[in-house]
Design a binder for this molecule. Structure first.
Ligand SMILES: [Zn+2]
Length: 471
């Protein structure tokens, strides 16, 4: 038996979304202490800096108000239920946490600016930002948000720190190579500012979890490096009504905007569809200047702070393009598209979709080695050792063949591939190169050294030996 503490909806965000928590205690104060030891952030919501229960929070033991008894000293026994009932105003029952003395000292340079001041700093303390990705953009973004005093920073990532990350992902360091990016980032952020809380979400952001996660934060900062996640972040932001401080980087160039504000466009208004897979390489394929995410991620942090503070002009309806080589910025106007499937007048996206399919990733074929008919001719002339495998049908073989080839039709390959010497080099052709590509994929899966002939026997006839009939 133990005592059950029940939390109202508004406070569950501070307690890992739990509705009730069991503790062992003798008094109400004792029980709350144990609650705070498990969920430290609840303390500032419920208690004043002097350690008193905040005036707008009522605590009930079973059905009786603890204030009518002995307040925090009210005794409790096994089986009792403690109910926390905050006053509800404006849809939010969560109290604004005040700034402590130490925080007033830390944020001095903010406090002396009339645009921020103690009020603004308090807004930051009570705000939350979710950084999607703890990579190049997420590094400066999370570091500056933490330094500025944003009270709750969430990070979602599932990667480990790789040595090749450190050229730009400055939140991590050399000793953290091989460890979780989330662990590394959290350690660094709390070392920078122990007055904030850092929530880590070790998972791949998916259509199944994005909406629930985004609901727990005020602002989402998109620092992803792939289109599937970028569209998911956009749609989940639109669905939850959360602003998206967006940044992306490519080699020496960066993009920046704020999506999802009232009357403002979303990412889909700007780019209704992703480029075909393979057309735009990612950083791992194309490279990125190490400092570039520092510029763009920092700008995302500025936009997030402006949104929290309600100052300045958010970068909504504008797309900023940065060119590091030219050292130039360009600002383009982006209008909300009334026909946008996410944020338009008749949205068709009512829940997150399958983004891998949307981005064409599911159809992406496995790439296979390929040679031209000229390469094949050269190999034959040099009398290189290989098996030239023809995977067409026997009737096609009758019409036209390349001398010295072995015929195993594609459909027979699964039962006959054992006839092929496992150590041999296989060069595979068909009529046009399509069937043989499938054969190569199959043979490589079976452990063979197989290569496709692009264009097949028709290309051979076209470019090498016109005496071979085309059909
Ligand atoms: Zn839109």
């Amino acid at each position: 038996m133990s005592i059950e503490i029940r939390l109202p909806t508004a406070l569950r965000a501070f307690a890992d979304k739990q509705e009730k928590i069991s503790v062992d205690a003798k008094t109400v104060g004792d029980a709350l202490e144990q609650l705070f030891s498990k969920h430290e952030r609840l303390r500032q919501q419920l208690m004043s800096p002097e350690g008193k229960l905040r005036s707008f929070v009522n605590v009930y033991v079973n059905d009786d108000d603890a204030r009518d008894q002995q307040g925090l000293s009210t005794p409790v026994k096994d089986g009792d239920t403690i109910l926390i009932v905050p006053a509800i105003a404006g849809g939010s029952a969560v109290a604004e946490a005040e700034l402590t003395k130490a925080e007033l000292a830390r944020y001095h340079r903010h406090l002396i600016m009339p645009e921020i001041g103690a009020e603004g700093q308090k807004k930051m303390k009570n705000a939350s930002v979710l950084c999607v990705g703890a990579g190049g953009l997420g590094s400066p973004l999370a570091l500056y948000l933490a330094a500025a005093g944003v009270g709750r920073i969430g990070i979602v990532d599932f990667d480990v720190v790789d040595e090749s990350n450190l050229q730009r992902q400055i939140i991590h360091d050399t000793p953290s190579i091989g460890t979780s990016k989330l662990v590394s980032a959290k350690k660094r952020l709390l070392a920078l500012n122990p007055f904030i809380s850092v929530e880590t979400h070790e998972m791949r952001l998916t259509s199944a979890n994005a909406v629930e996660l985004f609901k727990q934060y005020d602002i989402i900062a998109d620092g992803t490096d792939n289109f599937a996640t970028r569209y998911l972040v956009n749609d989940a932001c639109v669905l939850t009504g959360k602003p998206n401080a967006y940044g992306s980087i490519f080699r020496f160039e960066g993009q920046l905007s704020v999506f999802g504000l009232k009357d403002g466009p979303c990412y889909r208004c700007l780019y209704p569809e992703p480029p075909p897979p393979g057309l735009v390489p990612n950083c791992a394929e194309a490279g990125v200047l190490g400092v570039l995410p520092g510029v763009i991620g920092t700008m995302q942090a500025i936009e997030a702070l402006k949104l929290i503070l309600g100052i300045g002009r958010p970068l909504s309806g504008r797309l900023m393009l940065y060119d590091a080589l030219e050292q130039s910025w360009r600002t383009l106007k982006v209008k909300r598209n009334p026909a946008c499937p996410a944020c338009g007048e008749n949205p068709t996206i009512k829940a997150p979709i399958d983004y891998e399919a949307f981005c064409g990733l599911k159809e992406k074929p496995v790439s296979i080695p390929e040679i031209t008919v000229q390469d094949l001719k050269a190999k034959l002339d040099k009398k290189e050792k290989f098996i030239l495998l023809d995977v067409r049908e026997p009737h096609e073989y009758e019409i036209a063949k390349i001398e010295g080839s072995t015929l195993i039709p594609l459909g027979k390959l699964p039962e006959r591939f054992g006839e092929l010497d496992k150590g041999a080099v296989l060069i595979v052709h068909c009529k046009m190169g399509g069937r043989s590509a499938n054969a190569v994929r199959f043979l490589r899966e079976k452990g063979y050294d197989a290569t496709n002939v692009a264009g097949g026997i028709n290309a051979w006839s076209e470019s090498i030996d016109p005496s071979v009939p085309q059909y």
